[in-house]
Design a protein around this ligand. Structure first.
Ligand SMILES: Cc1ncc(COP(=O)(O)O)c(C=O)c1O
Length: 503
């Protein structure tokens, strides 16, 4: 027999966790002091940056002999810091990808060290208790009643998929069809209504669930980027007898504008027509932490299911997404009896996990980082964070309004602001705004978003716009001014005279 491994190779040993934490702390300390790029993203073209990272990683072959824990952690830490993004940089404002809270990262490491799974009782009882605690807190925040339930998923896209799946199966069941057993053929002409600005994961969910992307019926939005409820009512009334309405999906926080569909009116129409109401609150749910912003989500409690992402407003590492349902019986569609996981006699004796709430089997305890964060910061702490980010977005909006070179496209509803850099020749605006953003990326000086918006009415073509997504609660108004100054400089550089003209 070869010599046994020492206990310290395993994280769930006292020696393992303590030694490896010390090695990581040292590696992070050195890398942050010496290898951090000046801006939020390394300067250079994507080819340069990726080649430099590959170079530092070394030959892509499994080393015959390991380097040891300390050296491996030092190497990876240095690669990740030197060639990665710094979301805590005040000029990082591109996506719904926040800088994360330190308590969450520590708790996530702890969760990884335990490697519990949520599917069965004997895979991790404490992890089950932690997830149930989180779900109770979130159903309470949503305004749901005693029958509510929920489950963590690997992202907002998958929470939306699960929401559409439950809606599909409920609609099938109400027509005497068991979609799980018999598929969806009996649901003739399925229709899922949503905003024309709904996240693309809704379309993907319909495709993946056998409904087809053509099942999606996009509804027009008003000047504030919200579904027009009368358009939903009309579309439902005009639906032919060969169509089966399955659900309406409202968005509480559209990705670009943060706009929130009129939830009470949509709920009323859904109830009148007996269809499922899902709310994609992946972005907007976090406003419920705030006394000032929480009322924007009035009507959420009327939904049948809700997507929420604590890896957006919640400042947690991805993924910490949740699907909530107003009635736990909705999960019946996912229930499974599996001989090696949850045999009936074990279940009857109380030895059950959460297999029946998820499409996954092994499921990591993502709730641990969420619960640690909620315990550490409380509702007031998280509320102050969202209020601060909202204030930063409003500050950006006001500054953009004052700058002659910039055009405000959409004000700060939550924490995003959409705008454009103006050009003398409108025909050049799209290419200039695209080039401006790439210039910032290549210089490494700022990380900002980009999207396309119909600026001149519903039938107009889409125009390239720029976007700030402000999720750093440690940033200041001066930081936002600095970010806008950097955008203005890049705009001037892109519109300045060519070398030939200047000569
Ligand atoms: C409104 C909305 N829904 C769903 C998603 C998908 O979330 P995820 O990226 O976690 O899959 C996003 C992502 O930005 C979003 O903005």
């Amino acid at each position: 027999m070869p010599a046994p491994f020492p206990p310290s190779v395993l994280a769930h040993s006292r020696e393992g966790l303590i030694e490896v934490s010390a090695a990581l702390a040292e590696a992070v300390d050195t890398a942050l002091a010496t290898r951090r790029p000046a801006g939020p993203i390394p300067a250079g073209t994507p080819a340069d940056v990726l080649a430099a990272a590959a170079d530092d990683l070394g030959p892509a072959e499994l080393p015959a002999q390991g380097l040891g824990t300390k050296a491996a952690l030092q190497k990876l830490t240095s690669v990740l810091v030197e060639h990665g993004i710094d979301l805590s940089h005040p000029k990082a404002a591109a996506h719904l990808q926040p800088p994360v809270l330190s308590v969450a990262v520590a708790a996530d490491a702890l969760a990884s060290a335990g490697n519990a799974s949520l599917d069965t009782y004997d895979s991790g009882p404490s992890a089950i208790a932690v997830e149930r605690w989180l779900i109770r807190v979130l159903t309470g925040l949503a305004g749901f009643g005693e029958r509510a339930d929920g489950v963590l998923t690997p992202g907002g896209s998958l929470s939306n998929l699960l929401g559409v799946l439950l809606a599909r199966d409920a609609a099938a069941l109400s027509r005497g069809v068991n979609a799980r057993e018999d598929g969806v053929a009996a649901l003739s002409g399925p229709v899922v209504f949503c905003s024309e600005l709904a996240h693309f994961s809704v379309h993907r969910a319909c495709a993946a669930l056998g409904l087809g992307e053509s099942a999606v019926h996009p509804l027009p939005t008003d000047e504030h980027h919200r579904i027009r409820p009368e358009a939903l009512r009309k579309a439902l009334e005009e639906l032919g007898p060969d169509r089966t309405p399955l659900a309406v999906i409202a968005t509480a926080g559209t990705t670009d504008f943060g706009s929130i569909d009129p939830l009470p009116q949509i709920a009323e129409i859904a109830a009148d027509h007996g269809i499922w109401m899902h709310v994609d609150a992946a972005y907007g749910f976090g406003t419920l932490f705030s006394d000032r912003l929480g009322s924007k989500l009035a009507g959420l409690e009327l939904a049948d299911s809700v997507t929420l992402d604590l890896h957006k407003i919640g400042w947690l590492p991805a993924a910490t997404s949740v699907l909530l349902v107003s009635d736990t019986t909705a999960f019946t569609a996912l229930d499974r009896k599996v001989a090696y996981l949850n045999p009936a006699d074990d279940s009857e004796a109380g030895y059950d996990g959460l297999l029946g709430r998820s499409l996954q089997t092994t499921r990591r305890p993502d709730a641990v980082k969420a619960v640690a964060t909620m315990m550490a910061h409380g509702r007031a702490g998280l509320g102050r964070m969202i209020d601060t980010c909202h204030d930063l977005a409003r500050h950006a909006e006001q500054r953009i309004r004052r700058e002659a070179e910039l055009e405000l496209v959409s004000p700060a509803e939550l924490t995003t602001v959409v705008f454009r850099y103006r050009t003398a020749d409108p025909a050049l605006a799209d290419s200039l705004n695209g080039a401006l953003r790439r210039r910032l990326l290549e210089s490494g000086s700022a990380l900002i978003g980009r999207t396309e918006v119909r600026l001149d009415g519903p039938d107009a073509p889409e125009s390239v716009c720029l976007k700030f997504t402000l999720l750093n609660p440690t940033a200041t108004a001066e930081d936002i001014d600095g970010l806008i100054d950097t955008v203005l400089e890049a705009g001037r550089d892109c519109t300045g005279p060519t070398e030939e003209e200047a000569a």
